[in-house]
Design a protein around this ligand. Structure first.
Ligand SMILES: *Cc1c(COP(=O)(O)O)cnc(C)c1O
Length: 404
């Protein structure tokens, strides 16, 4: 048996999504900007996909949803354009975000810091959550943007976006949320939650990789990053990726149509897996279940180094993640786990398991049994394991393992 439990990294494309996309490669292939019938033939499908996106997130006609190449682009777009519009060409100089954002936000913030922008990185509390009052206390007259993710890719913890949105609205500060891990997993209704910009990515909800979107409230001004033809109303040039847009529309429809039913099933499997793994001694899971995306577990097992555990799981045909970045020279401690107060040893033991609607009960059973055996194996050798410094070559291997 092989078990894929890395759905927060990416998901399998639903065969129904592939089916919906196929005609738009070789049958209906015209450029939608062309005026002839080859071009206009794709218009109904594009409109349909956009409508599905609007209704899935509770957007109104006055809002914009612009397709991008990925959520990384959506995140970059917001930060870089807010910088140009409100800092370079305005009187602001400050951005508020969190320590636990996706690298596409954190690396963009580092770039902006090099350009002279002040960035505040807010910490999470012991539950792994950024609190709304913390956000409030760091907003100043000079703040151009607040950006807080809706749900964490590492822990699954859900952040108080409604409260933070209300604070930003009251203070008159632009508010962006990275909604990648929220859309398709928990209710996202932007008619009830004040958000100016929200990033989304199709491949996190069983759509194709390489297509994302940015929600823009009330057609808020945001200068383009991609200059060129007048695609997407001039907001994001580049010929529309018709099959992928169709795929994203189909995927968001499938993910949100019966979301509470689908998620209840995933949650039941997740909870069963979590309960079984917590029977092991000296383990803990980050964050309470109720306030977590229904598919995610970040579990820490004292004495079992995360990368070693990943290796053992991979040998058992189970794909998981450490949830920690391999960006640095050393095997990094999980920053989220350090933030919630784990000691340094424990912060190297995080294993992230993320399920999907395609995860079966048999796969959960298999994982429970393999995982428990792996912990026993690794704890047997853990004293020598913990002391061993990995070689440079070894690190590269570990990183490749966790990225794939
Ligand atoms: C995966 C992910 C991204 C990046 O999405 P891409 O479309 O792969 O660029 C951004 N933010 C979060 C929270 C993610 O999980």
């Amino acid at each position: 048996m092989q078990v894929y439990l890395d759905n927060n990294a990416t998901t399998m494309v639903d065969p129904k999504v592939v089916e919906a996309m196929l005609p738009y490669f070789s049958e209906i292939y015209g450029n939608p900007n062309s005026l002839h019938k080859f071009g206009t033939a794709s218009h109904p499908a594009l409109r349909n996909a956009i409508n599905k996106m609007y209704s899935a997130i509770g957007a109104s006609d006055a809002d914009d949803i612009v397709f991008t190449s990925c959520a990384t682009e959506s995140n970059n777009w917001v930060f870089q354009s807010v910088w140009i519009d409100h800092i370079v060409n305005g009187d602001k100089n400050h951005i508020v975000t969190t320590e636990v954002e996706h690298p596409s936000v954190l690396a963009t913030c580092k770039f902006l810091e090099e350009q002279g922008v002040k960035v505040t990185y807010l910490p999470v509390n012991s539950e792994g959550v950024v609190e709304a009052h913390t956000v409030k206390s760091f907003i100043t007259e000079k703040t151009a943007l607040v950006s807080v993710m809706w749900a964490s890719n590492e822990t699954g913890m859900i952040f108080p976006i409604k409260e933070i949105g209300a604070i930003c609205k009251e203070k008159g500060v632009l508010f962006h949320t990275d909604g990648v891990q929220a859309v398709g997993k928990i209710p996202v209704n932007l008619s009830e939650v004040h958000v100016d910009f929200m990033s989304m990515s199709a491949h996190k909800f069983h759509g194709p990789k390489g297509i994302g979107a940015l929600y823009i409230r009330n057609s808020q001004s945001l200068s383009p990053l991609m200059h060129g033809g007048a695609h997407m109303g001039g907001r994001r040039s580049g010929t529309l990726n018709v099959p992928y847009i169709v795929g994203m529309g189909k995927a968001i429809e499938l993910a949100t149509a019966n979301m509470s039913e689908i998620m209840a099933k995933i949650r039941a499997k997740r909870d069963r897996l979590e309960d079984a793994l917590l029977e092991l001694s000296d383990t803990f899971v980050v964050g309470n279940r109720e306030n977590r995306t229904p598919n995610t577990i970040l579990i820490s097992i004292r004495g079992v180094e995360g990368e070693g555990m990943l290796w053992d799981l991979n040998n058992g045909q189970i794909g998981a993640s450490t949830g920690s970045a391999c960006a640095s020279e050393d095997l990094e401690a999980n920053t989220v786990m350090l933030a919630i107060g784990a000691d340094n040893e424990l912060a190297h033991t995080g294993i992230r398991l993320s399920l999907s609607r395609f995860t079966t009960d048999a796969e959960v059973d298999y994982t429970i049994s393999h995982f428990k055996n792996a912990v026993a194996r690794l704890r047997n050798i853990s004293s020598s394991f913990a002391l061993q410094k990995p070689t440079a070559g070894g690190e590269v291997q570990e990183c490749e393992l966790h990225h794939h």
